[in-house]
Design a protein around this ligand. Structure first.
Ligand code: SF4
Ligand SMILES: [Zn+2]
Ligand SMILES: [Zn+2]
Length: 373
């Protein structure tokens, strides 16, 4: 019988050690970043998708008939999220309606290109798309904000505006649930960052899979809470998903960047540290917070916009509305309006550049540092 000559460089049999550790039948193609298991491509797809399905089910993220908006940026996380939610919705019959919701921050050479990717995703996945722009909502683009206020706090402005823009976009679509592509690495970084800053108030909320401001009808959730960034990239690569990988023109927040570098170093030594940090964050027992005492009579309060009030704002709590724009705010004026006011009077630039006197401008600078996004 004729036997074709074998190529000595290509052995025809697969060594046991090269077989997938899960199915034991196909050749292992990758080492899973989460636990270093050698597995084949099909088993990787299966475990990755099943873990996300389990996260959705065990946390009751969706209910039948719910309409959800996927915060779509065209990046790897949100592209994989839109693809997987559509897939799981069909596979497990969640009965949800999915819409893509994109924010156009107005960053030339970055967001315009990534939005082109979202528009292609819309066609590829057959999902409706809504785009909300900063220019329409605030009459400022991020490029204009950076030109006015400098690059240093660009992510603070952008984060405050995006949060509100997503809520407004969802409300326009009559949707009460925004799903974002925040992954396990993002969450672990946030925990680490809040520990390093001693920011106990934010530490408490940083591992929640569902968040909702009191009084707001719109909730947010993170189905990728336990998904590693490296696995999301691998999934997008092997599934040949169309995503945009260029970084934003404006540098990411400096301190988050430091926490990210630290996380990456830790992950090399111990891959489970990402999940371990999230686990630690959710199990920390914090002391009950002290109730803030009312300021003494005659107390002078310098507002972030530089104005001075002799009396404390009364009756403003979570669930109240901003006097200027009507957005939910625990203060008289919401964070976005406060920043816009600063921009419009060019105070923001002064406050960011000078950090010396206890002026209204310095107060705004301090406020920028404490804003949550
Ligand atoms: S990196 Fe900063 S400025 Fe750029 S999109 Fe993200 S939050 Fe906005
Ligand atoms: Zn396998
Ligand atoms: Zn407002």
């Amino acid at each position: 019988m004729f036997k074709p000559p074998t190529d000595p460089k290509k052995p025809r049999t697969v060594k046991i050690s090269q077989l997938c550790e899960l199915c034991h039948s196909r050749k292992a193609l990758l080492r899973r970043p989460k636990n270093l298991q050698r597995i084949c491509k099909l088993c990787f797809f299966h475990v990755f998708e099943t873990e996300i399905h389990n996260t959705i089910v065990s946390n009751n993220l969706f209910y039948r008939g719910e309409k959800i908006a996927v915060g779509a940026s065209g990046g790897k996380d949100s592209t994989v999220l839109a693809y997987i939610l559509k897939l799981l919705n069909e596979r497990y019959d969640y009965g949800i309606e999915i819409v893509l919701l994109s924010i156009d921050e107005g960053i030339m050479g970055y967001r315009d290109d990534s939005l082109a990717t979202v528009k292609r995703n819309q066609k590829q996945y057959g999902l409706p798309l809504e785009i909300v722009s900063y220019k329409d909502l605030y009459n400022w683009t991020m490029d204009e904000i950076v030109a006015c206020a400098g690059i240093r706090n660009s992510c603070t402005y952008c984060g405050v505006f995006r949060r509100q823009a997503l809520d407004r976009g969802a409300a326009m679509l009559n949707i009460n649930h925004v799903v974002t592509g925040h992954n396990a690495d993002d969450m672990a970084e946030t925990v680490l960052m809040n520990i390093l800053r001693g920011d106990v108030a934010r530490l408490e909320k940083s591992t929640a899979i569902i968040t909702q401001s009191s009084g707001s009808p719109i909730k947010r959730s993170k189905p990728f809470k336990y998904s590693y960034q490296k696995e999301i990239v691998l999934y997008a690569h092997y599934k040949k998903l169309d995503y945009f990988s260029t970084e934003c023109t404006y540098a990411p927040e400096a301190f988050r960047g430091t926490a990210r570098e630290l996380m990456k170093k830790l992950e090399v030594v111990r891959p489970s540290c990402i999940i371990d940090i999230i686990h630690s964050g959710q199990n920390l027992c914090l002391k009950p917070r002290k109730v803030k005492r009312a300021p003494p009579p005659g107390h002078v309060e310098v507002r972030a916009n530089g104005s001075v009030s002799l009396q404390r704002d009364k009756g403003f709590a979570d669930g109240n509305r901003c006097e200027k724009c009507g957005y939910l705010s625990s203060n008289q004026i919401c964070k976005a309006c406060m920043l816009l006011e600063g921009l419009e009077t060019n105070r923001a630039k002064i406050s960011i550049d000078t950090d010396t006197s206890v002026s209204g401008a310095a107060k705004l600078s301090k406020t920028l540092e404490t804003l949550h996004f």
